[in-house]
Write a protein that binds this ligand. Structure first.
Ligand SMILES: [Zn+2]
Length: 137
């Protein structure tokens, strides 16, 4: 299995985890497009929205809403972009379904779906993950 997200789920690649449940994992994006950018993935390898089971999709949707709410509160974000891509033609890079949660602020200049893949500050990313976790319900 060469899937990078499956390796993160299996613990073979380290990640800054925000939420770890039976069906779902949420972790910080280490190339963040915005402060607090995180990814929510099903633990069962599923390529896209067309393949995921209804049960996994329900679990993902619930986790996305909780993580988005927690990130908004923790970071005092003014908005949250939630983005999910299906297929190379849609700019999906990793072929394991993932939902991007991107906290947003007025005039932050972020171009959604095309952003520079630039490594973030890991200490800041870990600090944000802790803050978000404090707001998770
Ligand atoms: Zn996978």
């Amino acid at each position: 299995m060469e899937c990078i997200f499956c390796k993160i789920i299996a613990g073979e690649i380290p990640a800054v985890k925000v939420l770890d449940e039976d069906l779902v994992l949420a972790f910080m994006d280490i190339n963040p497009s915005s402060q607090g950018h995180m990814l929510v993935v099903p633990k069962k390898h599923t390529e896209n929205i067309f393949e995921i089971s209804d049960g996994d999709l329900a679990a993902i949707t619930s986790a996305v809403r909780r993580c988005a709410k927690a990130a908004k509160e923790a970071l005092k974000a003014e908005g949250v972009t939630i983005l999910q891509l299906n297929g190379r033609a849609s700019d999906q890079i990793v072929p394991h379904l993932h939902v991007h949660i991107m906290p947003r602020w007025e005039n932050d200049g972020l171009s959604v779906s095309q952003w520079e893949m630039k490594p973030g500050n890991m200490e800041e990313i870990k600090d944000i993950a802790r803050k978000v976790q404090e707001h998770l319900s």
